[in-house]
Write a protein that binds this ligand. Structure first.
Ligand SMILES: [Cu+2]
Length: 97
């Protein structure tokens, strides 16, 4: 059975890469005791740090401990996302076929 859940645990997305069919709702669940976010966009290295640029496709906003966020992917494509609080380490990709 196809899994469509990503957990946020130990300052990481698990799994970091997930492939789903178009029309699937993906749910992210924050199992940490700290705030995270699920924000679509890219993170690039810049001047010794990282710069995150949201693309506005989806954004959970601040996702507190124990909270979930879902987004339905209507169209095929590759969607990158990150956590706005931990962009250096928390990044992931949803591939929609
Ligand atoms: Cu985070």
């Amino acid at each position: 059975m196809q899994s469509n859940t990503v957990t946020l645990k130990l300052i990481a997305f698990k799994p970091e890469a997930l492939t789903v069919k178009a029309g699937t709702a993906v749910t992210w669940k924050n199992e940490d005791g700290t705030d995270h976010s699920v924000t679509s966009g890219v993170v690039k290295q810049e001047g010794g740090g990282v710069k995150d640029t949201p693309d506005g496709k989806f954004d959970s906003g601040t996702l507190g401990a124990g909270k979930s966020f879902s987004f339905t992917f209507a169209s095929a494509g590759t969607y990158t996302f990150y956590c706005k609080f931990h962009p250096a380490t928390m990044r992931g990709t949803i591939t929609v076929t």
